[in-house]
Design a protein around this ligand. Structure first.
Ligand SMILES: Nc1ncnc2c1ncn2[C@@H]1O[C@H](COP(=O)(O)OP(=O)(O)OP(=O)(O)O)[C@@H](O)[C@H]1O
Ligand SMILES: [Mg+2]
Length: 360
């Protein structure tokens, strides 16, 4: 048996932005893994590196960002002569514009980013641009939803045009787009922002990815549509064994969707455990502060993350030792400002990066 539950491993990932004022270490040694069919939630304050991590997994770091260290390994399932093998693809070694990554991007690993129209270039003409846009899963304003969906589906699944159109309509129906048989023939500018977001979600899901990267996928949608889309994701997770990397500020959604949680601060994963443990027995003072003012964790509240006292540090002038120490209620002078905490086991399947739990 080639049973390998591991799907994507991120090891010591470092992404930097070399900007005029210096270097921003947007992701600074992030390590985590996602198993088949699992939902991993990622939380943390704004600017802590969630989106850059998500993009790095698909070699889509925006310029002038660069992956400077670490690896992302995708354990692809391949069928060979009736038996199943695992192909260990080192995504970080692939050419970001090459064929291999395009096959993975949007197909085997799908993604939904917030506000897809905001990153649109106004006019696409050349075929290469169109292919690029399809593989990046952007909606192009000048082309019909149908054309874009059919192309995306057929790039990743062996179906006829007619079948792809049917898959597209069915998916649009599932994501709650009214009159999908008609809407499929409209242009993106004829749809509202929420409808376009649902089209993007439909595209990502209709390619049957092994993993979906969902970066604040439903933030712009209203609550009932959001619930409907979360249901579809869970459904696909069960029927197609899809894994999800779920990034959100909405703790109610995380509690509902995720099995495990990574908490990020300043480009590092500072705590990781299953969802119940993170919510009820957080160990890292950062996680505790983050969760503090949430009244009904686990209920379907729309609570967003609380804000923590103090400011996120200046990325060009990071604090010594533990980067959280200037804001930490448990700050131990002489220790936390001098020693960089390491990844320490603090419970069963529970890890944190904090000197409270480390013998030094
Ligand atoms: N194109 C860019 N150029 C320069 N710096 C960038 C760029 N994109 C991101 N960064 C920096 O990388 C760091 C991490 O940003 P990232 O977008 O990953 O945060 P985030 O956790 O997703 O925040 P949010 O919750 O607001 O979405 C930030 O310091 C940000 O300023
Ligand atoms: Mg983000």
């Amino acid at each position: 048996m080639n049973e390998n539950p591991m799907l994507v491993e991120v090891k010591n990932l470092k992404v930097q932005f070399d900007v005029r004022d210096g270097i921003i270490k947007a992701v600074d040694g992030a390590t985590f893994e996602i198993k088949r069919g699992q939902t991993l939630g990622v939380i943390g304050e704004s600017g802590c590196g969630k989106s850059v991590t998500a993009r790095a997994i698909l070699q889509m770091v925006p310029r002038p960002g660069k992956i400077v260290d670490g690896e992302v390994i995708y354990h692809r399932r391949v069928k060979s002569n009736g038996s199943e093998l695992i192909d260990h693809v080192r995504i970080t070694e692939l050419d970001p514009d090459g064929r291999e990554i395009r096959k993975i991007r949007g197909g085997e690993i799908g993604m939904i980013f917030q506000e897809p129209m905001s990153s649109l270039t106004p006019v696409y003409t050349a075929g290469t641009h169109i292919r690029e846009a399809v593989s990046l899963h952007r909606l192009m304003p000048i082309r019909k939803v149908e054309t874009q969906m059919v192309e995306a589906v057929r790039a990743h699944r062996e179906v006829t045009k007619q079948e792809a159109r049917e898959i597209a309509i069915e998916m649009l129906h599932k994501v709650g787009l009214p009159k999908p048989e008609q809407r499929v023939d409209s242009y993106p500018h004829q749809l509202s922002g929420g409808q376009r977001q649902r089209v993007m979600i439909a595209i990502a899901l209709s390619c049957q990815p092994a993993m979906l990267i969902a970066d604040e996928p439903t933030t712009a949608l209203d609550v009932s549509i959001e619930a409907q889309i979360l249901d579809i994701m869970r459904d696909l997770q069960e029927t197609a064994d899809m894994a999800i990397l779920f990034i959100t500020h909405n703790l109610g959604v995380i509690a509902e969707m995720a099995e495990e949680i990574c908490v990020m601060y300043m480009g590092k994963v500072v705590e990781r455990a299953d969802v119940v443990t993170v919510f009820y027995e957080p160990k890292h003072p950062y996680t505790r502060e983050l969760l503090k003012s949430i009244p009904h964790v686990g209920k379907k509240t729309r609570e967003r993350l609380a804000s923590i006292k103090g400011m996120v540090p200046d990325p060009f002038n990071l604090p010594s030792g533990c980067v959280f120490h200037p804001r930490c209620p448990e700050y131990m002078p002489g220790k936390c400002d001098r020693i960089t905490p390491s990844w320490t086991r603090v419970g069963r399947n529970h890890w944190a990066r904090c000197l409270l739990y480390e013998e030094v």
